[in-house]
Design a protein around this ligand. Structure first.
Ligand code: DGP
Ligand code: NA
Ligand code: NA
Length: 210
């Protein structure tokens, strides 16, 4: 059809602290979207499979030290290297459901001493801007019930609390804050219903940048 514009996919991000159930909700959303006939793919940052991602993985598993600014830039580079493929998928009509993105980058790095939110945001500028962010929060009581943190680098109470405070600073009108204390099923239904609206409203919208 001359003059018709292909409908693009929506760019949906999940953010939240460790143990918030993000990864489960991301896979469930992709499943539900596919079942509803919406082409959707799951992506995750950090993507530990690339050359840069392998360095990040070693850092998180504490098998190597990387200077704080340098690791911040590696996490960012790991997102930049995914931009060509993400743009192509979105333009071809595939909805992307992404487990963590730039906001984790800023929230976790700015939790370190002497790191400002502003400094951390700078290298993120120009990355694709999500159409919507689902921010999963957990009450400290429920977080405690979910057991101990793992052994990765940031899996400590103080760092998680600082990251949560930073997420609160970063949220804007494109974010929905979701209390993740609920059951997985209730949560997944609520998120799916909202996501379908995002898919619809993103179809004709221009892709924007951070
Ligand atoms: P995950 O694989 O989702 O458990 O994330 C690994 C950990 O790395 C988690 O504690 C959050 C943190 N993280 C994710 N993205 C970034 C980032 O861009 N920068 C920093 N500093 N930390 C990040
Ligand atoms: Na983790
Ligand atoms: Na996860």
């Amino acid at each position: 059809m001359p003059g018709s514009v292909a409908e693009r996919g929506a760019f949906i991000v999940f953010e939240g602290c460790d143990k918030s159930g993000k990864s489960t909700q991301c896979s469930q959303l992709v499943q539900r979207l596919n079942d509803a006939g919406v082409k959707a793919e799951l992506l995750k940052f950090p993507d530990r499979t690339t050359t840069i991602g392998k360095m990040i993985n070693s850092y998180l598993q504490q098998s190597c030290q990387i200077e704080d600014h340098a690791i911040h830039l590696l996490f960012t580079a790991n997102r930049w290297e995914a931009m060509p493929r993400m743009t192509e998928l979105l333009q071809s009509g595939v909805t992307l459901v992404v487990d963590r993105y730039s906001f984790s980058g800023v929230a976790y790095s700015a939790a370190k001493p002497d790191f400002s939110v502003e400094w951390c945001q700078q290298p993120e500028r120009g990355l694709l801007r999500p159409d919507h962010v689902f921010y999963l929060t957990l009450s400290p009581e429920v977080a405690a019930q979910r057991g101990d943190y793992g052994t990765e680098r940031y899996e400590k109470k103080e760092i998680q609390a600082k990251a949560a405070a930073n997420f609160d600073l970063l949220k804007d009108e494109t974010w929905t804050v979701i209390n993740a204390d609920k059951t997985k099923e209730d949560l997944s239904t609520e998120i799916f219903e909202h996501a379908m609206k995002v898919v619809d409203s993103s179809k004709q919208a221009e892709l924007a940048q951070l």
